[in-house]
Design a protein around this ligand. Structure first.
Ligand code: A2H
Length: 257
């Protein structure tokens, strides 16, 4: 990756209904009582948030409940919580106030509400094999229209729910949403690229790395928004405006590392 700091947008995703293991844990933890708990996903493409169909966590990753102010608790990796503590995101400046920990596998299946997503009734937390514990927050919001990794992974889960240990109900009604149009790949850039490059699965790492690069370049430099408040605007222009508006409404935070 590049040399300079990476400027992420931390998307605050609300929990509508915890998966059973998480529910048991949260209900039994008095420190979490009455707090607003968010899964926080780190993204470089805030303008794509309209197309969120689910959210990914790593099943083997440990996440912490990090108290960021009097009322709010962020679920991220411990590493991200530590970085956030030095970016004004901690109830105790410079320190992580942990209210507990949970394994990614216990969060899978939770019903959540992601800001701007057209799926307003809620989306699910699902497993992804390639979530890195040492990047971003360890929580990846999924936009299969514009991210080849997200598209390939959602396809895997839809084709083989048993193999991935998920309930087919969590994926069956969700499909990529046309949100950005690009001259080369139309209005579902990631789908077009995965098909063109014959990417079958999230396990096709090398091809996915190439597709990701191409999708990012094409979307950022040549994409046009076809949904939302900035419909008709180039992605390059809409991106900072959507980021600022998500932060202003309290639905996101700036996070860099
Ligand atoms: B992006 P960079 Cl639509 N492990 O957000 C694996 N991937 C992670 C991650 C982690 N711990 N944390 C963040 N990411 C993903 C949207 C998106 C993203 C689209 C298109 C491309 C894209 C929706 N997913 O990223 O290594 C997140 O996915 C391609 C660059 O820091 C985040 O932005 O450059 C991106 O990778 C950060 O990657």
């Amino acid at each position: 990756e590049g040399v300079g700091p990476q400027e992420y947008t931390g998307i605050k995703i609300k929990i509508l209904k915890w998966a059973p293991e998480a529910e048991k844990y949260v209900a039994g933890n008095s420190e979490l009582e009455g707090k607003n708990i968010f899964l926080v996903a780190a993204t470089l493409r805030p303008e794509t948030m309209y197309g969120q169909t689910n959210c990914y966590v790593g099943t083997k990753i440990d996440y912490i409940f990090h108290q960021v102010n009097e009322t709010d608790v962020f679920v991220t990796t411990h590493r991200a919580a530590r970085n956030m503590a030095f970016q004004d995101l901690s109830v105790v400046p410079g320190e992580v106030k942990s209210l507990g920990t949970i394994k990614g596998s216990d969060i899978v299946g939770s019903l959540i509400k992601a800001p701007l997503s057209v799926y307003e009734q809620g989306i699910y937390v699902l497993p992804m094999e390639n979530v890195l514990a040492n990047k971003g927050t360890g929580v990846v919001t999924s936009v299969p229209s514009d991210s080849p990794d997200d598209y390939a992974t959602l396809g895997d889960l839809q084709k083989k729910p048993d193999y991935y240990g998920i309930n087919p109900e969590w994926v069956k009604d969700y499909k990529p949403v046309p949100i950005i149009s690009t001259p080369k790949y139309g209005d579902l850039t990631a789908k077009a690229l995965c098909e063109k490059m014959k990417i079958q699965s999230q396990k096709d790492r090398d091809q996915l790395a190439l597709a990701k690069e191409e999708a990012y370049k094409e979307g950022f430099y040549h994409g046009t928004m076809i949904i939302g408040d900035y419909k008709g605007k180039p992605v390059e222009e809409a991106k900072p405006l959507i980021r600022d508006s998500l932060i202003a409404s309290g639905d996101a935070v700036a996070y860099s590392e």
